[in-house]
Every structure is written in C-alpha cells, then in structure tokens.
Design a protein around this ligand. Structure first.
Ligand code: F6P
Length: 474
C-alpha cells in the first residue's frame, strides 16, 4: 500500500483504551493536531505513522474512524534512550531555556539516531512516488534528511511544535550540526514563532556554512529550504460548541457547586511539566490569601496537572515539589470543606476540560517558556459570553496573539500577584472588552487555517513531488 500524504509524528493520534467488554480498543486523542490534519489526510489518501505508547510489539497497521494508522513499535531500551532520554532529558530542556539542566549522553544520541532512521525507513516504504511527507516535532528532527537520502522524489515538510532556542543555548548540543542538517532535508521547516525561524536560519549560516537570505537557505546541491513561522491553534469552533452544550453547562454548574460556590474560581490546566510554572503561580495565589486580599470563601484555585513523562527524574522531582506545596498551602490556609487549592493529578476528556473552562472566572497560564500553549486558546474559545479573565505568561507563544490578556513575567512573583488580583477584581466591562478581542483572534486563526497555510506553502516551495490538495472544509 502506498500513500500520497504521510504524516510522521512521535505519537499516533489515538490512545489505547479498555472497552466496556474488557477488550482493548482505540480512542482518538484529545489534541487538536488530528482534527486539523484529518481533513487533509482524507482528501489526499493519507497515513499517519507514530508510536501508540507502551511496548506492545505485535501491532499491525489499522484504521480508526476512517484514518489509516501505522503504529511504530518501541522497545524498552528505545523508550529509555530515545524518548525519555534524548527527546525529553536532552532536547526538551535545551529548547526550553534550560529551565532544567539538559543531560548529554552518547547512548541517548545513538538511540535517537536509530529510532529516527526507523521512522524515516517506514515513511519511505509507505510514500507513493512524489508523495508529500509531513514530519512533526523535536523527537524526529533527523527524519527529513534521512528520508531525502532514501527518497529524493518526495516533498518534505517539518514542523516544530516547541520553541527553537537561540544559538547561545543550542550550541551546547554536541550533535548540533547533525540536528541542523537533519532539518535541512525538508523543503519547508515550520516554527511556532518568527524568532525560532530566525534562530534556525542564523545557526545554519554560522554552524553549517550555507548561504541564507531572509527565510531561505541555499544548499550546495541547488535546493532551497524555507524556514518560517506558522503559529499553531486549536479547533476553536469545536471547543465553543462543546462549551455551549447542555451536558457541559450542567457539569459546569455541578463543579461550581462542588467547590462551594465561591465568588471566583481560578483555574490552571497543564501537563505536569517544569516549563509550566505551576509552583510559582500557586505560591502567588496563596500569598494573596495570606496577605488578606481574599479568603478561601471568596476564591479557590483549581489546578489540573496531567501526568506526564513520569519515568524522567526531573518530572518526579517536580511532582513531589508540587505535592508538598499544595499540602502546605491547604494545611496553612484551608478550612473544612474549603481548600485553597483543589489539586487534581489526572487527565480528563475534552468534555470535562470544556466544563472547567466554562466554570473558571480566571484562567492562569504561566509557563517559563512554551512554544504556543493551547490551553490559553481553548479557554478563550470556550468563553462564548465574552466573559472570563486570562492571565498569561509573556513567554508563551500565545502571548503574541492574545495581547489583551493580563500578561505576566512568571519569574516575577509580585508581578504575578498583582496581575492575579487585577484579574480577580476586574470589572465585567473590562474583562469583556479584552475577551472579545481575543475571541476574534482565536476564531479567525484556528487549527484548520494553520494546517492549510502550512500545506499551501509546502506545495509552493517543494520542487520535488506532487502538490497536496487542500482539504475541503464545510
Ligand atoms: O508539544 C510537545 C509534545 O511533546 C508533543 O509532541 C506531545 O504530543 C506532547 O508534548 C505530550 O508529550 P508526550 O508525547 O511526551 O507525552
């Protein structure tokens, strides 16, 4: 079987679930990427290659909801070296401002090369003559060039979902040149922010020695590579529809009731990751109570921390720190039936997230560094009455578009306290003015527009392969 469009991502867009009859099945993952890419895949006879999680070794290609999926197996050693090691112990902290210290281990790198090679070989074996291949994210940066070596006839796009760091940080990487050369196998390299694209082009000029002009890199073999920003977004219409639905309205009322009907509900929803600034935001909130600005009867902070990368040491340390902090804050400030922080270490389906967004008066998104941050956009999409306040870190990509949020520097605890308090006290007229403007941005630039703009640009720049047909959307 060969395909005109091949999506290559570390993860498949489905999760393994146990069905009511006890058998195992699949459920589409809640992320927006699949929503965006699905129509393009359908319009172009596409397949998605990725890891389904775990070490299940006997998975065959399968169809789910009309999407063709090709599962990549991963051995326990590869999970340790490629996924937990090089992807999340080296690249993740290196690309996020060294918030944690990246570790450089040669065995991890070897595993990264081997797994990237396997993904590239699989993509090469599934792509039709002249097909388009779209490779995603930091786990697979070597795939574009590996794939080009195997299949020079293909049109190749790459998109980085996380920030691309400045040269001063990137150059710590012992394999910096190989990563840059890996990415240069693509015809189009997409980034979240213009700054990331500029960092990349500058590094290519300085470290690899290629000629560049603005967003173009000229390779000695005559190929050109374009590097530019395509800020990702969410399925804004889908979220709004869900938030307006009757079951979500009911659930939202239940949540407010269960929290004891406080005047204001603050909300944080994050993967439990050290880049997200969860610790600092909870401290800021608790100090506002201690300082007497409001009481646990007036306000509660609901923090959802989605378990993530639990085998990686820095994530375990973070979990312990947050557990201790929440325990201390609630022990010091809570009353019977009235914790200051309602802390949930769990992941929830989209419906529950929409209900939480609908309930929250103040959404708090304070990462130290974030490629985009889709939670901020999801909150805005769900506020169909134009109410609700967003407190947003300047260091999230989303801050470039959501200028009307209460913008904060998450390193500045006093600044965060002031912003939280302002958002808590803001007049309805003020929150509405801000939310209205942000909603305009999010509804206009949704994830479908993002996927279309990347695909259209890839059709224009690629000198190899056939152009991909844009999806026909209703
Ligand atoms: O956006 C960064 C990212 O690593 C995605 O690739 C991934 O879907 C998400 O975060 C969750 O991370 P993980 O796949 O490591 O659970």
């Amino acid at each position: 079987m060969s395909y005109d469009l091949v999506i290559v991502a570390n993860r498949l867009p489905v999760d393994r679930v146990v069905l009511p009859d006890g058998s195992k099945g699949w459920r589409t993952s809640p992320g927006g990427l699949v929503t965006a890419i699905e129509p393009v895949m359908r319009a172009n006879h596409g397949v998605w290659i990725g890891w389904p999680g775990g070490t299940d070794q006997d998975l065959q290609p399968f169809e789910h909801d009309g999407l063709e999926l090709f599962p990549m197996t991963m051995s326990a050693d590869e999970i340790e070296g490629f996924y937990e090691g090089f992807s999340n112990g080296t690249l993740w902290p290196l690309y996020h401002d060294l918030i944690a210290k990246p570790e450089f281990h040669r065995e991890w790198w070897d595993s990264y090369v081997a797994v990237n090679q396997r993904f590239a070989e699989t993509a090469a074996s599934l792509a039709a003559e002249g097909a388009t291949v779209w490779v995603h994210d930091y786990q697979l940066q070597l795939v574009p060039q590996m794939l080009r070596d195997l299949r020079p006839d293909l049109r190749i796009g790459f998109y980085l979902h996380i920030p691309f760091p400045p040269g001063e940080l990137f150059q710590q990487l012992p394999w910096r040149r190989q990563v840059l050369e890996g990415l240069l196998g693509a015809d189009l390299v997409g980034f979240q922010m213009p700054g990331g694209a500029q960092n990349f082009v500058r590094l290519v000029r300085q470290r690899v020695g290629h000629k560049t002009h603005r967003d173009l890199v000229y390779l000695p073999d005559g190929r050109t590579v374009r590097a530019r920003a395509f800020p990702i977004s969410i399925d804004a219409g889908g979220f709004e529809e869900l938030a307006r639905s009757e079951p979500v309205a009911q659930r939202s009322a239940e949540i407010r009731e269960a929290l004891g009907n406080p005047r204001k509900i603050f909300l944080g929803i994050d993967r439990l990751d050290y880049t997200k600034g969860i610790y600092a935001r909870l401290r800021a909130f608790s100090e506002l109570i201690k300082d007497g600005h409001f009481d646990v009867e007036d306000a509660v902070f609901v923090q959802v921390a989605v378990p993530s990368r639990e085998q990686v040491e820095q994530y375990r340390i973070l979990r312990d720190e947050i557990d201790r902090l929440v325990g201390r804050i609630n022990g010091d400030l809570g009353r019977i039936g009235r914790p200051a922080i309602s802390y949930l270490h769990s992941s929830y389906p989209r419906e529950e997230m929409a209900a939480l967004y609908r309930t929250a008066d103040v959404m708090v998104v304070t990462p130290y560094r974030d490629g985009m941050n889709l939670v901020a956009k999801e909150y805005v999409a769900c506020r169909f009455n134009d109410d609700g306040a967003l407190v947003l870190s300047e260091f999230a990509g989303a801050a470039d578009e959501l200028r009307q949020a209460w913008l904060v520097n998450p390193y500045d605890i006093n600044g965060m306290k002031s912003a939280l308090l302002e958002a808590y006290q803001a007049e309805d007229k003020e929150t509405r003015r801000r939310m209205k403007a942000m909603r305009r941005t999010v509804t206009q630039h949704d994830v479908a527009a993002w996927a279309d703009s990347f695909m259209t640009e890839l059709s224009d720049v690629g000198t190899h392969g056939k152009a991909v047909r844009p999806a026909h959307r209703s």
